[in-house]
Structure formats: C-alpha cells, structure tokens
Design a protein around this ligand. Structure first.
Ligand code: HEC
Length: 150
C-alpha cells in the first residue's frame, strides 16, 4: 500500500519534471512568433468589429463571435513574455521586463476591456458597443505607446 503511494508520488514528480523540461525547451523565438501571431489574429478581428459596431443596427451574433475571439486571446497573450524573450526579431520593449508591474497593469486593463467588449456585444446595445470599442482600442494603443517599439 505504502509502496504504491510512493510509486504514485514518484511518477507525478517525473511527469512534472517532463513538463518543466518541455517549458524550458520552448525557444525564445517561438515566443516572439506566438506574440506576433496572437496580435495579428486580434488585429484582424478588431478590423472586423469596427464596421459592425459602427452600423446603426449591429449584428449581435457576429459582434459576439468576433468579440469572443479578442476576449479569448487577450489572456493568452499575457503568457507570451517570460524572461529572456526580449531579443531577436521583436518589437517588445525592455520595459516589459524592467517595469513588470506597469506592464501587468496594461495587460490587465486590456483583458478587462476585452471582456467588457464581449459582454456589451452580447447585450446588443449599439451605443455601448461603439463606446466600448473605442475604450478597448485605447487600451491597445496605450500599451503599444509604452511597451512596443515603433
Ligand atoms: C499589454 C500590452 C499590449 C496590449 C494591450 C496590446 N498589444 Fe499589440 N503588441 C504588444 C507588444 C509588446 C507587441 C510586440 C510583440 C513582439 O514583436 O514581440 C505588439 C504587437 C502588435 C502587432 C504587430 C504584430 C506583428 O506581426 O509584429 C499588432 C498588429 C498589435 N500588437 C495589435 C494589437 C491590438 C489590435 C490590440 C488591442 C485589441 C493590442 N495589440 C493590444 C503589446 C500589446
């Protein structure tokens, strides 16, 4: 009984070891690719959302589908910045790592506004969608001003 329990603990530790190794093996350039791909997909959907929220009678189902992509990818983006991924073919500024609290604030603001965008899209409120689209876009721009190279 006891040896069985030890075996379980040992195999769990082995699995954790394998997972840690897999993480460590992710190359820095993969993070850069992942960040850019994430942002390209987000930007594509923001461009889709723009004409929807500007219409007098927005298509609620379509607004919800598109806003859901942005709200889903925002917290995913937050995992794209481990230490050691600031070099190479990237526009990420070193302030991301030298001012982590400020960067986290910008990321949290973005995630919050993206979630609000999804809520208001679901509600179907046309004025609310327009306003929230502007607020969300400002969260993008503000982070780019501080943390993305020109
Ligand atoms: C918390 C910070 C932050 C927020 C918020 C943010 N971005 Fe970015 N964005 C970045 C950084 C940093 C890069 C540079 C990534 C790199 O080159 O490694 C970037 C890159 C980009 C790129 C260029 C991708 C490429 O192929 O090089 C686009 C487009 C983009 N963001 C769009 C957006 C849009 C649209 C939003 C809002 C819906 C947004 N971003 C929100 C930080 C942010």
């Amino acid at each position: 009984m006891k040896s069985k329990r030890i075996a379980v603990v040992v195999s769990a530790a082995l699995l954790a070891g394998i997972a840690a190794e897999a993480l460590a093996q992710q190359k820095p350039e993969n993070y850069v690719r992942f960040r850019k791909a994430n942002q390209q997909v987000v930007a594509f959907h923001m461009r889709e959302l723009a004409p929807i929220v500007k219409s007098a009678k927005p298509d609620i189902a379509e607004a919800t589908r598109v806003a859901n992509v942005v709200a889903t990818l925002a917290p995913v983006f937050a995992h794209g910045f481990p230490a050691g991924t600031g070099d190479g073919d990237t526009r990420a500024r070193p302030e991301i790592w030298s001012q982590p609290d400020k960067f986290k604030q910008a990321m949290d603001r973005y995630i919050g506004e993206a979630n609000k965008m999804l809520e208001v899209a679901r509600s179907g409120n046309a004025d609310g969608m327009r306003t929230q689209f502007g607020t969300l876009s400002k969260a993008c721009d503000s982070c780019h001003d501080d943390f993305r190279r020109k």
